[in-house]
Write a protein that binds this ligand. Structure first.
Ligand code: ARG
Length: 583
């Protein structure tokens, strides 16, 4: 947080020092590698001096003269080497930040001056199909990005773009009418619908008459046939119940669930508009967008209307984009799906530029890799089926229950169950967020449930350990530690381990911003893991509650513990993990 204030001050000073340079280089601060010289460093003046053909040390001296706001921040600056600026945080700066962090639920985060509106399109499973392990990544990642942006002060609109329209409904309707097992539907609606689909699908591969019958059901649905519409609605409703159950377990909510079908009556106009603007053109009875000038997409024209007049996934996404822009006026739209949809979104974004180039919105496809089994192939059940999300979460809780019981057999069963739920679901989520999202990762129960290493159980446990310091404090003193009473001038942080921990805490906001900019929660995971490391070595060397610790030192260390717990808790919750007070 302080880092951003220094950066802003530096930007201001550079502008004041060279008022007529128009192309300023990027002015950024980086943590110093060798903290003996300072906490943050900026090499930007060297590049600027070069561009202006000036002596860098002279320029640096001029900029330093303009850095009048540093005193108020309790920051010192020095010119080093060929013209680097080194910034050093004075103890007051650090104490001030720690004291402030004790009193807020947004520690070390600078409120945004101009919040962005961000539409997040994630999860988006398909009706009549079970949510599988692939959907977990979109759900967990998307929900985490939503939380990061909200924490930073942006306005997030989350929209679950469920697949509730398309050719699959022809087969589903035919199956429903001919083969429905009412009892099975009641017991396991999605399982039954999946069975129906698979059955008709296989039959239609053998027999063109079945395919034709399914097509007729689809046309009837599209034409608004009452019976078919009713069945279709039922399928959506039954699926939504199952989705909601998963979202409840995963602690995920959406502001909107506007499925694909929501855009049906906009599709014709989209195609018409694209044709009128010369973006789509007729090709053998269909309408197609060609990308002649784009070497990457040249070979991949996008179909926006099939020969039979039906629109498709791409048309729907264009209509969706138009709707979101009209209604929500976002600065940014983020789509979270697996890497196999990269081509689709490249096409959509490219069409959009030609279609509505004047609209100022940043479109990002945040894609992720595949979850692999221990054999290095996409994660499957033993019998080769895709893993259902509900089974996966059940197993996570069961396995966590074993681990928790081993560690703490004396706790009542209900307590252990709740811990197991938090740890199990947390472990699955954390394992999903920790690897760089674009790489495939190997699903490994033992690794994700281990109590040491960069895992959810380890971090959740680290949090409870800090909380236990406050319980012990209350027991010995009689009153609870009051974070609202922490004052900067009552803090005395001078031990190297105290300072190292404090400085790491200070960069929480920067890390969140980085994770938001790159849509990479793994940056936050690693930060939190490092934080618990800094805390562990601080706690080893700096006693807090021992009798011979002076009151001011104890107070300072308690504040540091409190701020650490705050950042750990908020960090874990932002990743989507529930935290526990005791484990
Ligand atoms: N339903 C799609 C699937 O399961 C994902 C939709 C992603 N969002 C979008 N606007 N295309 O693959």
């Amino acid at each position: 947080m302080l880092h951003l204030l220094i950066e802003a001050e530096l930007k201001r000073a550079v502008r004041a020092a060279v008022p007529d340079a128009d192309d300023l280089p990027q002015i950024i601060l980086m943590p110093c590698r060798d903290t003996r010289f300072g906490d943050y460093q900026s090499p930007c003046l060297i590049a600027l001096a070069k561009a202006l053909k000036r002596n860098p040390r002279e320029l640096a001296a001029q900029v330093v003269e303009k850095l009048t706001g540093l005193d108020a921040l309790h920051v010192q600056v020095e010119i080093a080497g060929p013209g680097f600026l080194n910034f050093k945080l004075l103890p007051e700066a650090i104490s001030g930040a720690i004291a402030q962090a004790c009193k807020t639920n947004k520690p070390f985060i600078l409120p945004r001056e101009n919040p962005e509106t961000i539409v997040l399109d994630f999860s988006s499973p398909n009706v009549a199909k079970p949510m599988h392990v692939g959907h977990i990544r979109s759900t967990v990642l998307g929900a985490c990005l939503a939380r990061i942006h909200r924490l930073l002060g942006n306005k997030v609109i989350s929209d679950n773009h469920i697949g509730d329209w398309g050719t699959q409904f022809g087969k589903l309707l035919l199956g429903w009418k001919q083969e429905l097992d009412q009892q099975a539907l009641e017991q396991d609606p999605i399982g039954e619908m999946e069975r129906l689909y698979k059955k008709v699908n296989a039959a239609s591969e053998q027999d063109p008459a079945v395919l034709e019958a399914a097509r007729r059901e689809l046309v009837k649905l599209q034409d608004g046939d009452k019976e078919n519409l009713e069945i279709w609605r039922k399928m959506i409703q039954l699926s939504q119940i199952q989705f909601d159950e998963m979202y409840h377990r995963l602690g995920v909510q959406f502001d909107y669930t506007l499925g694909e079908s929501f855009y049906n009556d906009r599709l014709k106009d989209v195609v018409k508009d694209l044709v009128e603007k010369g973006i789509a053109r007729e090709s053998e009875g269909a309408y197609v967008v060609f990308f002649e000038d784009d070497p990457e997409l040249k070979e991949h024209p996008a179909l926006v209307q099939k020969r039979d007049g039906a629109s498709n996934y791409a048309t729907t996404d264009l209509a969706t984009l138009e709707y979101r822009i009209e209604n929500w006026k976002p600065n940014r739209i983020i789509y979270v799906t697996d890497g196999r949809q990269q081509l689709h979104f490249k096409q959509i974004f490219s069409i959009f530029k030609r279609w509505k180039g004047e609209v100022n919105v940043q479109l990002s496809h945040v894609w992720f890799g595949t979850i692999l089994g221990s054999d290095g192939k996409p994660f499957k059940t033993r019998s080769g089926e895709t893993v259902k999300l509900s089974d996966l979460l059940d197993e996570a809780e069961e396995r966590a229950m074993k681990v928790v019981t081993e560690k703490n057999p004396s706790l009542p069963e209900a307590v252990r169950k709740n811990i197991a739920r938090v740890v199990g679901i947390g472990a699955v989520k954390y394992a999903d967020l920790l690897p760089n999202r674009q790489s495939d990762y190997m699903f490994n129960w033992d690794k994700m449930l281990a109590f040491n290493g960069n895992t959810a159980p380890y971090l959740l446990y680290a949090y409870t350990r800090i909380r236990s310091i406050f319980r012990k404090y209350k027991e010995s003193v009689g009153t609870a530690f009051d974070p609202m009473k922490v004052e900067a001038d009552q803090l005395n942080l001078n031990q190297p381990k105290e300072l190292a921990l404090a400085k790491h805490l200070l960069s929480f906001g920067i890390v969140l911003q980085q994770a938001a900019d790159d849509s990479k929660p793994n940056i936050l995971c690693n930060y939190i893991y490092e934080l618990s490391g800094f805390f562990a070595s601080f706690y080893e060397e700096c006693p807090v509650l021992k009798a011979d610790v002076e009151p001011m030192t104890r107070n300072s260390r308690l504040a540091l513990c409190y701020a650490t717990a705050q950042v750990l808790r908020i960090g874990l919750q932002t990743l989507g993990l529930e935290t526990l007070e005791e484990m």
